[in-house]
Design a binder for this molecule. Structure first.
Ligand code: SAH
Length: 261
């Protein structure tokens, strides 16, 4: 039902539903039970359903893993057990994308996070041990995602990272200050540096322009610093930004920045 008081501006009040397939369901919601995400969970803006993937094992030992074909250390998550867990998740939530956490996956980006958070929810398959039997990725519509070029002990932390990034973008979660248009990566650039009181601290003074009250000058300074810092710290992002056809930040949302002030 539309909330009449908010008129046509009212965001759809849908619950973003997170399903997590894991050997450690107790890890959820974990840190997402606190702060912004925790409040949003209480308010029903998102739901968290952690599913024990061992429940889909069929042998009497409830085994989910086996030794790697070809030899080598560790254990590998079985494709048949993973498939049953994924099929169950698909039945529960046919329209949500299914992501598997793996360092072999595509690096997660803010653009992908935004897409996911605009949808009905997400199912996340968390690896452990040496990861998954590769055949699961041929057999089911699974998107392989990495949260960075380092190795975690399991996919659960990655799932928490992904969910945190999505939840803060859900309507009404972040409060008024922030559709986050200026934030790092939203514009293809890092954000400009931030300062707050005291104006002078250990002999260091907040840049004069930020105290000038001149909004045009401040915007120009921030743009220049965002560009400069991106060029120096993240040449990869800078190159991409320069090559991209004239981008307005966050598409249509970028236009609103001036209207808002
Ligand atoms: N042998 C694998 C690493 C397994 S780490 C390899 O070298 O590629 C165990 C599990 O932790 C993975 O299956 C995955 O679910 C999770 N994981 C580890 N690092 C990750 C990362 N950078 N991004 C996402 N998930 C990760």
């Amino acid at each position: 039902m539309d909330n009449g008081a908010l008129g046509s501006e009212a965001p759809k009040q849908m619950t973003f539903s997170a399903q997590i397939l894991t050997l450690y369901p107790d890890m959820f919601p974990g840190p997402l039970g606190a702060s912004l995400a925790g409040r949003a969970l209480e308010e029903g803006k998102w739901s968290c359903n952690a599913i024990q993937m061992r429940d889909f094992a069929t042998d009497k030992h409830k085994s989910v893993d086996d030794t790697p074909a070809g030899g080598g250390a560790g254990m590998v998550l079985r494709a048949d057990v993973m498939a049953s867990a994924v099929d169950h998740a698909l039945e529960q939530q046919p329209d949500a994308p299914i992501l598997a956490m793996t360092p072999r996956g595509k690096p997660l980006t803010q653009a992908r996070v935004r897409d996911i958070s605009a949808g009905p929810g997400v199912t996340i398959l968390c690896g452990r041990f040496e990861g998954f039997d590769e055949r699961i990725f041929d057999a089911r519509p699974i998107e392989q995602v990495s949260i960075g070029d380092y190795i975690l002990s399991g996919g659960e932390m990655g799932a928490l990272v992904l969910l945190d990034a999505c939840i803060r973008l859900l309507p009404g979660v972040m409060g008024a200050s922030s559709s986050g248009d200026d934030e790092s990566f939203e514009t293809g650039l890092l954000e400009y540096p931030q300062f707050t009181r005291p104006q002078k601290w250990e002999g260091r003074i907040i840049p004069e322009v930020l105290r000038s009250g001149d909004h045009a000058k401040i915007a120009a300074w921030r743009k220049q610093r965002a560009e400069e810092d991106t060029r120096l710290r993240r040449p990869d992002l800078w190159e991409h930004h320069r090559d991209a056809p004239d981008q307005s930040p966050s598409g249509a949302q970028g236009q609103k920045k001036e209207d808002r002030s």
